[in-house]
Design a protein around this ligand. Structure first.
Ligand SMILES: [Zn+2]
Length: 232
């Protein structure tokens, strides 16, 4: 997923106070050119916070998939909000793979199976994609659950997973960062000067936090909904 920045949104649809991108200029994942896409979203499930949309590239006419994040803005009534838009770009996934490979915490067998899954999905071998995806899921689970779960089903393993992962630490550590005596807090209060580099780091922190708390859980949830809808 690659986020579409507001500067690349050419026009909007207005739904009450919510602005949703209508046409977008973006690098096309299919032809690599800078194309224009008019988004057609499926809004009929309005309660979902992530909506899938499709747009055809003006250059190569091929479709790409977009995700529009319609968060709950009800606490900000009477204030104009803009929905975030992401494009599904496998080449962005490839860059992501490069990042993942640099990550020392990633188990090597997980990197190998994810790389294989990415390769077979890009060559449109759907059966191989299913097989490799299962291997990626098993590899993720094995990393956290160890060998003890050998005889357990995937479903049972996922049930166990939350007990073995600590998702709160990255959030808790922020408490230390924003402590009233910290230089960081002084900076937020404008009691300390902030240079360009720190401003960039600050924005990176916000981006990571928002992605961790809102974007990623929603992407997983809405993809899961979409898969269930498709297969049931
Ligand atoms: Zn294109």
């Amino acid at each position: 997923m690659r986020k579409i920045l507001p500067g690349s949104i050419l026009s909007y649809n207005q739904y009450g106070y919510l602005k949703v991108a209508k046409t977008i200029k973006s690098k096309c994942p299919k032809c690599g050119k800078s194309g224009e896409f008019t988004l057609k979203a499926n809004f009929y499930q309005v309660r979902k916070t992530g909506v899938f949309a499709e747009g055809h590239c003006s250059e190569c006419k091929k479709p790409s998939v977009f995700v529009i994040m319609i968060n709950d803005y009800s606490d900000q009534k009477n204030q104009e909000q803009e929905a975030e838009v992401y494009i599904y770009d496998p080449s962005a996934s490839r860059n992501r793979l490069d990042q993942i490979e640099q990550n020392k915490n990633m188990p090597r067998d997980l990197i190998r199976s994810y790389r294989s899954a990415l390769n077979v999905s890009q060559s449109k071998d759907n059966s191989a994609t299913a097989v490799m995806s299962k291997r990626v899921l098993e590899s993720v689970l094995k990393n956290y659950l160890g060998e003890t779960i050998k005889d357990k089903s995937l479903s049972q393993q996922f049930d166990q997973l939350p007990k073995h992962i600590d998702l709160t630490t990255p959030i808790q550590s922020l408490s230390h960062l924003v402590h009233p005596d910290s230089p960081f807090y002084e900076m937020l209060e404008l009691e300390r000067e902030i240079d360009d580099e720190t401003a960039v780091l600050l924005m990176k922190l916000l981006e990571g936090l928002i992605e961790y708390l809102f974007v990623l859980p929603e992407v997983i949830r809405s993809v899961q909904d979409e898969i269930e809808k498709k297969l049931n």
